[in-house]
Design a protein around this ligand. Structure first.
Ligand code: NAP
Length: 319
């Protein structure tokens, strides 16, 4: 550390214990940067509740999300990454130095030159009876992950946005029939996706309806829906229920600090820089098109590379 730099505790603090955070941690620790990874104590990464990941390169037999994260962690510990399981409650610029960020982790405040925000996001739930009970047993929030399990089955898609329609189209590669249930009489999705979906014979639409219950035994066997105008309840048989009604990023503590999009995702440039110098964002919490383990892991590596250049520059300037 340069004698002219103000005192600080870490080169990099990574917030988030999912694939983006741990990939960043592996790269940072291996590069010899003084790094702390803070994985939330009160939230779990979405990946840890993913039953089977079979599209992560190199693991051809597939792996449970929790087990995959254990492998990430083991690899990070091999490089002596410092890890803390606590919640970050605040991030703010240090009062006496513009290049230091104060990160408050529960009752402790640590000083860092840079930050990687890898706090993730979670799917918005419908809150319908049976939805949580059948999660992983027919209820899914990821067609890329779970679609191949529904070959020649009937599946339901809930939602009318880009994600719902894109994923409904993807599901037609596997499913016998895809029934899209939407609460209005027209889709929110982009015109091109609508056009494709309307032309796809396997997709049927149920308009002006909301899902009121997911039912089944060991696995899902159907749903109940209600007509939004008449309130009339009807049932649809299906083995899979894919819910795509939006996603919520874990970015509340950055609301007044970083530029966010209208739904709260962190805006970055292609090098994962946010609107604040020294803060980088990686994984599902940032504005991006494709949210997967592999893209989160790639983000983690890229964010560290950018942070490393930033730190070198900072230390160089003060020598
Ligand atoms: P979204 O655009 O917010 O759409 C959510 C959909 O779920 C809407 O159709 C909404 O209905 C419906 N919905 C919300 N709450 C509901 C509830 N409680 N019950 C029933 N339906 C409910 O979310 P998204 O589709 O995940 O897209 C998120 C962002 O990513 C968007 O900006 C989107 O353009 C972008 N994206 C882009 C692409 C692409 O370009 N290929 C692909 C995926 C996502 P209403 O329509 O009635 O509000």
């Amino acid at each position: 550390m340069s004698a002219k730099l103000p005192q600080y505790d870490y080169d990099i603090i990574i917030i988030g214990g999912g694939p983006a955070g741990y990939s960043a941690g592996i790269y940072a620790a291996r590069a010899g940067l003084k790094t702390l990874l803070v994985e939330g104590a009160s939230t779990v990464s979405q990946i840890t509740i993913t039953d089977l990941i079979e599209n992560y390169p190199g693991i051809s037999e597939g792996i449970n999300g929790f087990d995959l994260m254990q492998l990430f962690k083991k690899q990070a510990l091999k490089f002596d990454l410092e890890i803390m399981a606590k919640d970050v409650v605040a991030v703010k610029k240090n009062d006496s130095s513009p290049i230091i960020w104060d990160v408050t982790i529960e009752e402790t405040t640590l000083k860092t030159l840079s930050l990687i925000v890898a706090t993730g996001a979670h799917w918005r739930n419908l809150g319908a009876p049976g939805e949580t009970e059948f999660a992983g047993k027919g209820v899914s929030y990821c067609a890329t992950c779970d679609g191949p399990f529904y070959r020649e089955r009937n599946v339901i898609v809930v939602g009318g946005g880009d994600t719902a329609i894109q994923e409904a189209l993807f599901l037609t590669h596997f499913a016998k029939k895809v029934t899209v249930i939407h609460r209005r009489d027209r889709l929110r999705a982009a015109g091109i996706l609508q056009k494709r979906a309307f032309a796809e014979k396997k997709i049927e639409f149920v308009w002006n309806a909301t899902l009121t219950e997911v039912s089944g035994g060991d696995f899902v066997n159907g749903v109940k829906i209600a007509d939004v105008h008449s309130g009339k309840i009807s049932e649809i048989e299906a083995e899979g229920v894919f819910i795509f009604v939006g996603r919520l990023p874990h970015t509340e503590i950055f609301r007044d600090l970083l530029a966010l999009d209208p739904t709260g995702f962190i805006k970055t440039d292609e090098n994962l820089k946010t609107s604040a110098a020294g803060i980088f964002a990686a994984g599902d919490c940032r504005v991006k098109l494709f949210r997967q383990v592999i893209t989160a892991a790639g983000d983690g590596a890229n964010a560290i590379h950018s942070a490393e250049l930033y730190i070198e520059d900072l230390k160089g300037e003060t020598y």
